[in-house]
Design a binder for this molecule. Structure first.
Ligand code: HAM
Length: 409
């Protein structure tokens, strides 16, 4: 609805300003892609690909999917347009609707909106920290306080298999007691068991080792450096050994931003590094890192913390007509004011002066011009400043200049 859209526009504007500051350019990826783009990128065994995609066969018999997230689509576009040849480091951002067939609940919708960034072409831990800094700057700029940044590393294809084996061994005698989903994850992706939301799985995995001891040197050094960078910027974070995230493309750093007040769906953003994804699609080795925020959850957070900005309508001038004969003169006046960059409105339905004044108020007019046959004859109009109630008599010919001069103040 229009009054809600105003809040969205404010949020989108803040996002664009933050993106400019951090050097990200906007990319607009399609709303739907060939199904393989998501299947391959996100991973066949993830919840999103297994259960949550809106997949259709089009009239040409092709399988297409409404985008459940932006990263896979951006990587597809990055390769198709050979951006690796154009930019040593491509810093891209996107905003728009995503679709997941999840069970709807507060903060979880089947069509929702994300803002996301992807930085493709650098393996530097500074970029991980920069993306986290950007996320933190964004939430703060939007007026969100008290969010928590959870941070973890999930290793890389070199060191992760050893940890996965250790995890299977540690959980083998508990397998029967895990939830159905986790019994499936046991063989295919045992690390996902660590962030299962079921109490029984949380309990059974309480004492299993984290990945630390299994990390290869490269992953260990990388994670240490990311943390040092964040410390140097004074960004608070909590290390969370159980944070795994639900995409197969992640390597090394993963993070999530949560706002506790939101209840079960408390993640207002999340991201991580995905050094192998571009190669997975057949492209050159391109380490990358990114992040996405859920805009509905950002708005819920602002509402809940009482920080939702009140954005009121604004109108420079309302022309109130006395008598219908005036309509044509007022009509040209409104049009010429608008052409000078002054927002103007009038009534076309012959309302009384009193109800025109009410309309002016509702529209948030700063000035009301009262125009009747006498005023036209004298060549002077009454201009009322709505905030103070002060009235000025202004020559009709000089009205545009008068309003424009007020607008500049
Ligand atoms: P994600 O954690 O799946 O990550 O989604 C990011 C954010 O989108 C979540 O933290 C949440 O705020 C919001 N979100 C997700 N699902 C829903 C839903 N059903 N209803 C409302 N909000 C939702 C990604 O999508 C990754 N592509 C992020 C990324 C970018 N990683 C690297 N680059």
């Amino acid at each position: 609805m229009p009054e809600e859209v105003r809040v969205w526009q404010y949020i989108e504007k803040t996002i664009r300003d933050v993106c400019d500051m951090f050097g990200y350019s906007e990319i607009r990826v399609p709303i739907f892609e060939h199904t393989e783009v998501f299947q391959r990128g996100i991973g066949e065994t993830t919840d999103i690909v297994e259960k949550e995609m809106y997949t259709f066969t089009d009239k040409g018999g092709r399988s297409v999917t409404l985008r459940p997230e932006g990263t896979a689509a951006v990587v597809r576009a990055y390769l198709e347009h050979k951006l690796y040849g154009k930019y040593p480091l491509a810093k891209l951002y996107y905003m728009g609707p995503m679709f997941r067939y999840e069970r709807p609940q507060a903060g979880r919708y089947r069509q929702f909106h994300q803002f996301g960034v992807e930085a493709l072409g650098s393996s530097s831990p500074y970029i991980d920290a920069e993306v986290i800094d950007m996320a933190s700057t964004l939430y703060t700029s939007l007026g969100i306080r008290d969010f928590e940044i959870k941070l973890n590393t999930i290793g890389c294809p070199k060191c992760r298999p050893a940890y996965q084996s250790a995890l299977r061994a540690a959980l083998s005698d508990k397998l029967e007691r895990l939830c159905k989903n986790c019994r499936n994850r046991y063989e295919r992706n045992p690390m996902r068991i660590l962030d299962c939301k079921e109490d029984v799985c949380k309990e059974l995995t309480e004492n299993v080792d984290g990945i630390d001891e299994y990390l290869c040197d490269e992953c260990m050094v990388h994670f240490t450096k990311v943390k040092e960078c964040l410390d140097s910027l004074g960004i608070n974070y909590t290390e969370d050994k159980r944070l795994v995230r639900g995409f197969d493309y992640y390597t090394k750093t993963v993070f999530e931003i949560v706002y506790k007040g939101l209840g079960a769906q408390d993640a207002i953003g999340g991201g991580g590094r995905y050094d192998g994804l571009v190669e997975e699609y057949g492209g050159p080795h391109t380490p990358a890192v990114g992040f996405a925020a859920g805009l509905e959850r950002v708005i819920l957070t602002l509402k809940q913390s009482g920080n939702l900005p009140e954005i009121v309508d604004e109108l420079d001038v309302y022309i109130a007509c006395i008598g219908e004969d005036i309509t044509t003169t007022a009509f040209s006046l409104v049009s010429s004011l608008r052409r000078k960059g002054i927002s103007a409105e009038m009534d076309y339905s012959g309302k009384s002066l009193k109800s025109q004044m009410k309309s002016a108020n509702k529209l948030g007019a700063r000035y009301v011009v009262i125009l009747g046959p006498d005023e036209i004859q004298k060549g002077y109009v009454l201009v009322k400043a709505m905030s103070t109630g002060e009235q000025d008599e202004v020559a009709l010919k000089g009205l545009e200049e008068y309003i424009a001069s007020k607008k500049r103040v």
